[in-house]
Design a protein around this ligand. Structure first.
Ligand SMILES: *Cc1c(COP(=O)(O)O)cnc(C)c1O
Length: 498
């Protein structure tokens, strides 16, 4: 399996190269040249395996340049009881007949990003070794809150790596900020930027593709890579849990082998839902991929009209990890839907850079509506969904997951398709305690993070994740904030190079 760039298909590289490099030098994203398949027979067999075994099966289709031993080394290092508080790594909570919450937040930072970021450092260090590269790998991350912490945890003290995370100063929850600013490890740094997530992501992408900066790093024996979902090493692990969820439902007798289900994903950068799309294209019986957005509904409009237009107000919402107007991974979907027309992708993205807008062809519009449905909801609707689910099913969910539940309810009411649905539950409610408690009308007087945690514990009877309660006694290590124009300087400062 080789990988192409979405902006230059003549480029063909190995999986190891795609992971080590992170993003293609032409600004495009690496993408597998074809989509491998899984049969119903495979899915049936996967039902009897552990999560790790399922992961090995899926990865062996994408990382064909890795030996089975290498894949197993990566999988075993990531998906184990040290890192996850669930033996099955992901949990499927049965909300009511036909609706399943795919809980992806049982890892060390309590968000779904752990599913990929626990394994990415293994993929990356293995790739660098395989390629015979003798350089220190510098990971730059732009985060809307959850990726940053998950990447820091994944990469802390990994030999041969340094990691620097940029987050929008007012764009993350108090708990997310505390998680990042107290991060331990010798090779880590965290920096707030005065801007929003899109500014952080655009800044990081610019640094990655600046040849002058690359040269400077090279002279110092270093190279950049990315832990954002632009890195294929982030996408592949996310495919695993969709394949795994379907296999599990069959195994549990909740669905019959071959029965179609819907999958609903709370979406920001389009990475998680793109992984579900891959699962569908590989052969998992999926009807619709339901794309759920908050008030930053650029993707809802895109899927419904074929017009992507980021020229709109940016909202700061109670689901901050989805406060995004430039969804990077959409580029991969468009590349697939245009049959790998790199020239077309270059044209669309040049237009986006110039005008903030593009419109896709009628053929692509049709395909979008065939595979996807899309909807969005406001903060008030998000809170109402949390309250309703709590009252009816005694299930406490976070704000991002709640967006998906609301959009899923709307979809079911509109289409009446009667299909069973898996909803990606992307974060522990403890990461967003204040908003969740407010939705439940249980906000305590004292609103410091730990009073909130206690109040949510009382309301939900869910155990407080140790990873969050232990932050109480940790020292704040990172206090700085820089202007968004100063990001490159911050990188040089962190790396101690001029
Ligand atoms: C990152 C994140 C999302 C959005 O996922 P994308 O892959 O960016 O679409 C949704 N919910 C939570 C809790 C997240 O951390």
């Amino acid at each position: 399996m080789l990988y192409q760039s979405t902006r230059d298909k003549s480029l063909k590289v190995s999986a190891a190269y795609a992971v080590a490099q992170g993003i293609s030098k032409d600004g495009g994203l690496f993408i597998p040249e074809s989509i491998p398949s899984v049969s119903l027979e495979d899915i049936k067999n996967l039902g009897e395996m552990s999560y790790g075994e399922r992961a090995v099966f899926v990865f062996s289709k994408f990382f064909t340049d890795f030996s089975e031993a290498e894949i197993r080394y990566c999988v075993d290092g990531a998906y184990n009881a040290r890192n996850f508080d669930s033996e099955s790594i992901m949990e499927l909570a049965h909300l009511f007949n036909g609706r399943y919450m795919l809980e992806l937040w049982h890892g060390p930072t309590c968000a779904f990003k752990d599913m990929a970021l626990q394994i990415l450092p293994y993929f990356l260090t293995t790739s660098v070794k395989k390629l015979g590269i003798d350089k220190k790998v510098v990971i730059l991350v732009a985060t809307s809150g959850d990726t940053g912490k998950a990447a820091l945890e994944g990469f802390k003290d990994v030999p041969g790596t340094e990691i620097l995370v940029f987050y929008p100063v007012d764009g993350v929850s108090a708990m997310q900020k505390l998680q990042m600013t107290t991060q331990e490890g010798e090779n880590v740094s965290v920096c707030a930027i005065k801007g929003n997530f899109d500014d952080a992501q655009t800044g990081v992408k610019k640094i990655f593709t600046d040849p002058e900066i690359a040269k400077k790093l090279d002279e110092n024996g270093m190279m950049f890579s990315s832990a954002n979902s632009i890195n294929w090493g982030r996408l592949a692990p996310q495919i695993v849990y969709y394949v795994s969820a379907y296999a599990q439902l069959v195994q549990d007798g909740e669905i019959t082998l071959g029965e179609k289900i819907n999958i609903c994903v709370p979406t920001g950068n389009f990475g998680n839902i793109l992984a579900a799309y891959y699962a569908k294209r590989m052969g998992v019986p999926i009807n619709k991929l339901i794309c759920a957005s908050n008030s930053n509904n650029v993707l809802t409009d895109f899927i419904n009209t074929g017009i992507y237009d980021r020229n709109r107000r940016f909202y700061t919402t109670i689901s901050p990890s989805m406060d995004i107007l430039i969804s990077s991974n959409l580029e991969r979907l468009l590349y697939i839907l245009s049959d790998g027309d790199d020239e077309y992708i270059r044209k669309l993205y040049a237009e986006l850079a110039q005008t903030g807008r593009f419109e896709v062809s009628d053929g692509i519009k049709e395909q979008l509506l065939c595979d996807f449905a899309a909807g969005f909801c406001s903060d008030d609707e998000t809170k109402a969904a949390i309250k309703e689910t709590y009252d009816k099913y005694s299930y406490t969910m976070d704000t991002h997951t709640a967006v998906a539940v609301k959009v899923c309810d709307d979809y079911a009411a509109k289409t009446n398709d009667g299909l069973k649905t898996v909803i990606a539950s992307t974060a522990s409610p403890y990461k967003f305690s204040a908003s969740v408690l407010e939705a439940l009308d249980k906000l305590p007087e004292s609103t410091d993070e730990f009073s909130l945690t206690d109040a949510l514990n009382e309301a939900s009877s869910m155990p407080v994740p140790n990873a969050l309660s232990s932050l109480k006694n940790k020292e704040i290590r990172f206090k700085g904030a820089v202007d968004k124009s100063q990001m490159a300087e911050a990188v040089f400062g962190f790396l101690n190079i001029k």
